[in-house]
Design a binder for this molecule. Structure first.
Ligand SMILES: Cc1cc2nc3c(=O)[nH]c(=O)nc-3n(C[C@H](O)[C@H](O)[C@H](O)COP(=O)(O)OP(=O)(O)OC[C@H]3O[C@@H](n4cnc5c(N)ncnc54)[C@H](O)[C@@H]3O)c2cc1C
Length: 505
């Protein structure tokens, strides 16, 4: 029997659906794979998802799009990292940058030198050794050097963008590469008896759309992967207490900060995402610790007169689809699971979902080996992100009930292992399929003041005065590099300014 995959059907036209369509159409160009995307403009998309991590740039660059064009077309701004305000108590904050800290020497990581000096009584701020942190704090930006003279000049950047405009760009790429779009509501999913595979989708205009492989990008509901295939859901609310979000919009910030701000609130945290034409605001909270009405009042109080669009409430269950691929159905995007947007990881997980599908594409028919590998990879990757997010909550130093409950959770073993190795020896473990580099873990540990009991024993007899001179030199080099850069506003005005009708929005 010929089981060759010839017709691929993508269900959903949100960020996940159009990114999948664009990337697969590009990858399989000329191979005879027909791709159809079905979306319902009557249903619409989730309409949030504005902060990204640097992998998004590699994603669209692979499709032939250029940074400054995307920045402009999506009314975007630059993101150098995330600023955490109030997580260690009111009035305090730190930055998680897209970049590294200092310079490693003699095979010993930089942070061990920094720790050694700390222990010798010369405490400095880790952020002073990161160009990304220093640029963000100064509100400055320039494109990173393609040939950095030293690791002190190494940093990366991502975008804050209008997700709807980005999806439109992806749609354009997909349609140019031959993707067929159908605007209709799917009313029924037909499966065949012998193996339970999906055969057809019945649309509200009476059409039947057949396919060999279906990608479910239908959002939280998982129309195919759960509604038809019943793949199951692993609920992670014992570790991640937040289960609601309020998403609102405010007027543009002038000048726009080149970072996402996440501010601790009574029962969760609030995001501030600057775009050129508006600011995204939202409150992610635990419904067990605050009522919807109180959360809304807290959010509105924080936004004040800058409010432009009233909050919309979104309920969610943190967790993942037990099998992201079941039978001939693969889930990508919200249908595959959800982790709150604290570290802007959902779109990045869409990218890796697409990458996995490209690498494991079952052209000759559904193959259990490929399916198992996809599921194992997805599970580990999502668990790593989950652990990273849990760490932020677990290390908090706030007094409200919600925050105390976050400190009291029982850590997953994978995270406990990481925490203990860092606590004992400053060792940063990196697992396979890990989205966040050791520097990111260091940013969070150090940002919360969670420092190791000892530094590298090789530095026990170090010349402290010499070490101090070396680290002072690094800080000065970073400060000098920042002083020479334009402001973020100047950068946007020069390269990516979008004129809005009526000026400031
Ligand atoms: C509060 C919140 C904040 C977030 N912030 C970020 C962030 O800052 N950064 C980040 O990376 N991610 C963020 N995310 C996640 C991000 O929004 C999503 O990952 C992204 O938008 C992808 O969504 P999607 O395409 O999977 O689903 P959706 O946008 O929900 O799209 C679903 C699609 O399926 C279609 N559909 C559904 N049912 C049918 C049907 N019966 N027939 C036909 N079509 C149908 C819909 O019309 C739509 O086109 C956030 C999520 C939430 C909830």
């Amino acid at each position: 029997m010929d089981n060759r995959i010839r017709d691929l059907v993508i269900v959903g036209g949100g960020t996940a659906g159009w990114m999948t369509a664009a990337a697969l159409a590009d990858h399989f160009r000329g191979s005879g794979l027909a791709i159809t995307l079905i979306e319902s403009s009557a249903i619409g998309t989730i309409g949030v998802g504005e902060a990204t991590i640097p992998t998004i740039r590699r994603f669209y660059q692979a499709l032939g799009l250029r940074d400054l064009d995307v920045l402009k077309a999506t009314h975007g701004t630059v993101k150098l990292g995330i600023r955490f305000d109030g997580w260690t108590g009111d009035g305090a904050g730190f930055l998680h940058p897209f970049g590294v800290y200092g310079q490693d020497l003699r095979g010993i990581p930089f942070h061990q030198y920094w720790l050694r000096l700390n222990k010798a009584g010369h405490a400095t701020d880790l952020g002073d050794y990161s160009l990304a942190v220093a640029l963000a704090q100064a509100g400055r930006f320039t494109l990173p050097s393609p040939n950095p003279p030293s690791t002190l000049s190494v940093f990366d950047w991502a975008l804050h963008f209008d997700a709807g405009l980005f999806a439109q760009m992806m749609r354009q790429v997909a349609e140019q590469r031959g993707v067929r779009r159908i605007d209709a509501r799917i009313e029924k999913v037909e499966r065949r008896g012998e193996d339970g595979h999906i055969t057809h989708l019945l649309l509200d205009d009476g059409r039947h759309i057949a396919g060999d492989l279906f990608v479910d990008c239908s959002g939280f509901q998982g129309l195919l992967i759960e509604g038809a295939m019943q793949a199951g859901y692993e609920d992670w609310s014992q570790w991640l207490l937040c289960d609601r979000a309020l998403a609102a919009q405010g007027h543009a910030l002038t000048p726009p900060p080149p970072f996402t701000r996440v501010t601790a609130q009574k029962a969760g945290w609030r995001w501030t995402i600057p775009l050129q034409h508006r600011t995204g605001h939202g409150y992610v909270y635990s419904s067990r610790h605050i009522s919807d009405a109180d959360a809304e009042a807290e959010l509105l109080g924080a936004i004040g007169p800058d409010l432009k669009m009233a909050p919309r409430r979104i309920a969610f269950t943190p967790g993942r689809r037990s099998q992201a691929w079941k039978g001939n159905c693969v889930a990508i995007g919200l249908s595959s699971g959800f982790l709150e947007p604290l570290e802007s990881t959902s779109i990045a997980l869409i990218e890796t979902g697409i990458e996995k599908l490209k690498q494991l594409f079952p052209r000759q028919g559904i193959d259990p080996y490929l399916v198992d590998e996809f599921n194992d990879w997805s599970r580990r990757e999502m668990e790593r992100v989950r652990d990273f997010i849990i760490l932020h909550y677990w290390l908090n130093q706030r007094g409200e009930d919600f925050w105390r409950d976050c400190r009291a959770i029982d850590l997953p073993d994978t995270l406990r292992h990481k925490v203990e190795l860092f606590r004992r020896r400053g060792h940063l473990v990196r697992y396979r399929w890990e989205m966040f580099q050791p520097a990111s873990w260091l940013a969070i540990f150090a940002g919360f003041g969670f420092l190791p009991e000892e530094s590298d024993p090789a530095l026990e007899g170090a010349d402290i005065a010499g070490l101090r001179r070396g680290l002072d030199g690094m800080r000065q080099a970073v400060a000098q590099a920042v002083a020479d850069c334009p402001t973020h506003q100047e950068f946007i005005d020069h390269y990516a300014r979008v004129e809005m009708p009526g000026g400031r929005q």
